[in-house]
Design a protein around this ligand. Structure first.
Ligand code: PGA
Length: 252
């Protein structure tokens, strides 16, 4: 069994000072925690500073995006190597907000995944359907299409460092989470797809986490599902007590 992964996506929130205060509280609340892998994804501007604060704590750092080129004339962009340099272990790619506001495609996500693996960073690949797609019965087709696109060309060696995040778009920031059964159905299908494409080890090793309005009051029932290996938390990751409670989910 792999360690559950709970990741906090801070999105475009927090100055350095606010990030420091949040991490100091989290360090205190999560002291000695080793049953769960805990990751936070602050904005780019805070990562380097926070990496000193999370040393000797169970907290690891992620970035919220990356550009796939190694270096060059790409004004405004940040490479995988730069993210490793500031202390990241993970990088979120293909978040629905990036797909929606910055027109990211599955092909872009695939390039980012490859660039991260090349420098030893672990991608958290987000997939998820819109409400309209769910209502039309297209959830599985959309989600498996996004996943296949994101992982195209990956060998069995690379897949073990990938984390897959199922984030139904209609559940993000809306307070309306997928039911544990709805999430489990999609996770189970993605696990089967990993088995078909990459074999048994990948299907067992790759963590499939759920995101979308995860809160202290729904975490326990989500984590009770056999194929939910963790969560990606937005809003609730900005409150130290809520995030710590989510990390310390209870087995129901
Ligand atoms: P939310 O965001 O927890 O605020 O719904 C989740 C995410 O976008 O990763």
């Amino acid at each position: 069994m792999h360690k559950p992964l709970i990741a906090g996506n801070w999105k475009m929130h927090t100055t350095i000072q606010e990030g420091v205060e949040l991490v100091i509280k989290l360090r205190e609340l999560l002291r000695g925690m080793d049953a769960v892998e805990v990751v936070i994804a602050p904005p780019f501007t805070s990562i380097y500073h926070l990496h000193f604060l999370v040393a000797d704590s169970p907290i690891e750092l992620a970035a919220q995006d990356v550009f796939w080129e190694e270096s060059g004339a790409y004004t405004g962009e940040i490479s995988a190597k730069m993210l490793r340099d500031v202390g990241c272990e993970y990088v979120i790619v293909g978040h629905s907000e990036r797909r929606r506001y910055f027109a990211e495609t599955d092909e872009d996500v695939n390039r980012k995944v490859m660039a991260l693996l090349k420098v030893g960073l672990k991608p958290i690949v987000c997939v998820g359907e819109t409400l309209e797609e769910r209502e039309r019965g297209r959830t599985i087709r959309i989600v498996t299409g996004q996943l296949k696109g994101a992982l195209r060309g990956l060998g069995p060696g690379g897949i073990k460092d990938v984390v897959v995040a199922y984030e139904p778009v209609w559940a993000i920031g809306t307070g309306r989470n997928a039911t544990p059964e709805q999430a489990e159905e999609v996770h189970n299908t993605m696990r089967e797809l990993l088995y078909e494409e990459f074999g048994m080890d990948a299907a067992q090793d790759v963590r499939i986490i759920y995101g979308g309005s995860v809160k202290p009051d729904n975490i326990d029932s989500l984590m009770a599902q056999p194929n939910i290996d963790g969560t990606l938390v937005g809003g609730a990751s900005l409150k130290a007590e809520d995030f710590a409670r989510i990390v310390q989910f209870r087995h129901v």
